[in-house]
Design a protein around this ligand. Sequence first.
Ligand SMILES: Nc1ncnc2c1ncn2[C@@H]1O[C@H](COP(=O)(O)OP(=O)(O)O)[C@@H](O)[C@H]1O
Ligand SMILES: [Mg+2]
Length: 297
Amino acid sequence: MKVISNVEIEGMEKIKSGKVREMFSNNNEILIVTTDRISAFDYILPSLIPLKGIILNQISIFWFNMLEDIIDNHLIETDINKFPKYLKKHRDSLKGRSVIVKRAKIFPIECVVRGYITGSGWEDYKKTGMIGDLKLPPNLQLCDKLPEPIFTPTTKEISGHDVSITINKAKKIFGAKVVDYLKEKSLQLYKKAADYALKKGIIIADTKFEFGLVGNKTILVDEVLTPDSSRFWPLDEYAPGKSQKSFDKQFVRDYLLSTDWDRNSEPPELPEDVIEKTTQRYINAYEVLTGKKFEWK
Ligand SMILES: Nc1ncnc2c1ncn2[C@@H]1O[C@H](COP(=O)(O)OP(=O)(O)O)[C@@H](O)[C@H]1O
Ligand SMILES: [Mg+2]
């Protein structure tokens, strides 16, 4: 099995190299390749997690298909056998981990939905009792389930952290109609997915969606409901009042916290057993969510 960190496709322009994915395009389509890179505490780690990119890509495809009744998405081709001929020689680097999608004009707003209170939402709530312009019930504990899922968008920053934005401000920038639509769709998508995952024993605490325009039609883009764009918690270990174990990155975080890494410099390599256990976690997430056995040759 080939572990993939960096991908180059001759004849195609790399339009973006993110923390985890690389995007290539020459025209109105994009080839998205999900690598085996992993990030933690905002750093890309020097170690790779075998199969992670494949599993993340497959999880995203699974959700795109399940959620198609709520909104159309950017997928054009997910089967490598049907990719254009000129990609044939990159088969080993692309197989399972890549999709060809419609190139959309992205709304520069991250459509965050939270069903539980944690992370930056918790920090805001502790200070003000609110997240964005939403007033929340008093006496919530860390990681409590919210009475209803909430829409708490952020801006998309080119570099640095995304900044939360009130719905009113978003409406001033994008127009009320657009924001209402993105909010409605985001909440519908989250609710359907979170209900489904909960039955399988996974809490999707929060997630973020991105939308874009193709012509004058709004579609769902990017990745959806992967452990990289969402917080997945194991339901059987859920206990509010403290921070929760991450479904996928717990071994990585625990290990990093056990070292003397100062979280302000190059992170250390992960030991082999942490890498193996983390691959197993991703396989487990895939199998639990999709109900399919993960088989890879
Ligand atoms: N269909 C699409 N059309 C245009 N841009 C897209 C599409 N899908 C995703 N993107 C953009 O691709 C970029 C992926 O980069 P990034 O999120 O930094 O990667 P990663 O999540 O791997 O770190 C995002 O800016 C996202 O908006
Ligand atoms: Mg991203």
